[in-house]
Ligand binder design. Structure first.
Ligand SMILES: NC(=O)c1ccc[n+]([C@@H]2O[C@H](COP(=O)([O-])OP(=O)(O)OC[C@H]3O[C@@H](n4cnc5c(N)ncnc54)[C@H](OP(=O)(O)O)[C@@H]3O)[C@@H](O)[C@H]2O)c1
Length: 301
């Protein structure tokens, strides 16, 4: 059997960075994408060279292309974006992995996925995790808390108005920098000793959204106000903004994770797995300073 790594849906935010890290380490993965033109933009290094070995173009389906890609791989990585189709798509990939006798599948899930969770994201992942367990495919779950990157969803409003709206003024979340998720996935893909079971990954600090607003204020040197509104009012705002119902449920569900402090407890998993401490919120905000601060504001030191 070849020792190739296959990244499925490799154009994704997490997956493309995993591919880049593996390529930079001299071990480029095979990649499967649905959009070859996007791969030419996101799956290249700074010199424009491909960050992959072989490129497969196909859907997230149990089809010939998927099975051919898997038949060459010893391990696969699966990270599918949220949508109403997510569970079905991941089930198709799991079916293909079983038919192709894939040796190991690493799946990006979410911490504390459960059928009765307060967030739709966790309920969807619980469904997929069950399916994966029933498939008997050897697998590893990468299960992070909410990403710090969620701040960027409201970045334009924060930059323009100095305000940020949500429904969770109370409650905390040990938010994780998605860079740490990428580092953890790379470790698991490169080191078979790290595979199996669930890696529940957290950031270093349990933060409320107003804590994050204060951190943005400190980094940008401008007061950012967290406007707390009721869930009903927020739903109304998001409907008026034209968001589809599933995305509104997803965003409100993420606030529910904070309101219930579901991710209240930071752990040491990132350090144990990657050898470095988890990145903190200030580090994250400094790296994304340009999208959060008005153009004239220099970064605070
Ligand atoms: N954000 C958080 O706070 C958080 C926390 C914990 C866990 N997670 C989990 O992390 C995962 C998201 O990771 P990410 O941000 O890297 O994902 P992403 O960039 O939004 O999407 C990953 C890939 O999914 C593909 N995809 C989506 N719908 C598809 C479809 N209908 N057919 C084929 N491909 C499709 C996309 O393809 P294209 O590139 O072609 O569009 C993309 O390449 C989710 O499962 C989420 O639950 C997120």
């Amino acid at each position: 059997m070849e020792h190739r790594t296959l990244i499925v849906a490799a154009n994704g935010r997490v997956a493309s960075r995993v591919a880049a890290r593996l390529a930079a380490a001299g071990d480029p993965p095979d990649v499967l994408v649905r959009d070859a033109a996007k791969a030419q933009r996101v799956l290249v290094d700074e010199h424009g060279r491909p960050a992959y070995r072989d490129l497969f173009v196909g859907e997230l389906a149990n089809d010939e292309t998927m099975r051919r890609a898997m038949s060459r791989a010893a391990v696969g990585f699966l990270a599918v974006g949220s949508s109403p189709a997510q569970a079905d798509l991941e089930r198709q990939v799991i079916d293909a992995a079983r038919q192709a006798s894939l040796g190991h599948l690493v799946k990006l899930s979410a911490a504390l996925a459960a059928h009765d969770a307060v967030s739709s994201v966790l309920r969807v992942h619980a469904e997929i995790e069950d399916y994966l367990a029933e498939s008997q495919i050897p697998h590893t779950l990468i299960s992070p808390t909410s990403f710090m990157d969620l701040v960027l969803v409201g970045a334009a409003f924060i930059r323009e108005k100095g305000r940020w709206t949500g429904t969770a003024p109370d409650g905390v979340n040990a938010l994780i920098d998605s860079e740490d998720v990428v580092d953890a996935v790379v470790q698991v893909l490169r080191d078979p000793a790290q595979r199996g079971g669930t890696h529940l990954l957290t950031g270093p600090d349990a933060l409320s959204w107003p804590d994050v607003a204060r951190a943005i204020s400190a980094v940008t040197g401008r007061t950012i106000v967290y406007d707390a509104v009721s869930t009903r009012e927020r739903r109304h705002q998001l409907e008026n903004a034209g968001l589809p119902a599933w995305r509104i449920d997803l965003l409100l569900g993420i606030d529910e994770l904070n309101r219930h402090s579901v991710y209240r407890t930071p752990n040491d998993s990132v350090r144990q797995l990657t050898g470095h401490p988890p990145r903190g919120i200030e580090d994250f905000l400094r790296r994304h300073f340009a999208v959060l601060a008005p153009p004239e504001v220099p970064p605070s030191r």
